[in-house]
Design a protein around this ligand. Structure first.
Ligand code: TDO
Length: 186
């Protein structure tokens, strides 16, 4: 039985996954990941890691992050506390939506998650204080393959909903894209 509503988003391969909450007098049951259902919409590898982050302040930004091949990864990003504005940027060379971004509001209440394919950068801004995310990753964390895009890059022109209140030194210092950037070849 399907536990998710899966909606394709405007960037090819990017999907909005809405999980079902099965409630009873004890509380609820909810499936976060299902290899059978998600492999039919592009999750084609194992889960290498499941990571959990907590972000204290409203308006904080983390991102934009991706890993280069052969460590390119798909991510399933789920919000389990608070609300975030979650952004994916298509970096695939030859994609018809190269350098376009798409954002969705994710929260525990709306049950929405983003399935982000390989070749995308990912980041988010907290819309509430004390937001927690769970990430399923299809490849192991590999710092030597990790690349960051500047969240304020005018080429990306991401329309962050709030003023940026917190950002790591690393993320705030990611370089801006230049004309030589041709995209990621998977
Ligand atoms: C991402 C990551 C970080 N770390 C360590 C490195 C560092 O000491 C500490 C914090 O790392 P960061 O500042 O990179 O954490 P953070 O900025 O939260 O990184 C995350 O950002 C979002 C936007 C994503 O898409 C995730 O995939 C991930 O890259 O955790 C790991 O041990 N494993 C991991 O998988």
């Amino acid at each position: 039985m399907s536990r998710f509503e899966i909606i394709p988003l405007p960037l090819d391969g990017l999907q909005k996954i809405t999980r079902q909450y099965l409630g009873d007098n004890r509380g609820f049951f909810s499936r976060i990941f299902c290899v059978e259902e998600l492999s039919s919409v592009g999750w084609c590898k194992q889960i290498s890691q499941i990571n959990h982050t907590q972000t204290s302040k409203q308006g904080s930004v983390r991102g934009m992050h991706f890993q280069l091949p052969p460590y390119a990864e798909a991510k399933l990003v789920t919000c389990i506390r608070g609300e975030v504005w979650d952004v994916a940027v298509d970096l695939r060379k030859n994609s018809s939506t190269f350098l376009q971004w798409h954002a969705e509001r994710l929260s525990a209440e709306n049950g929405q998650a983003l399935l982000i394919p390989e070749g995308f950068a990912h980041g988010f801004q907290t819309l509430t204080a004390d937001a927690e995310l769970l990430y399923c990753h299809s490849a192991p964390y590999t710092p030597s393959a990790e690349v960051g895009l500047n969240p304020q890059d005018p080429v990306l022109a991401i329309n962050w909903p709030l003023a940026v209140t917190e950002i790591s030194n690393k993320d705030g210092n990611h370089p801006m894209l230049n004309a030589q950037f041709q995209g990621v070849v998977l």
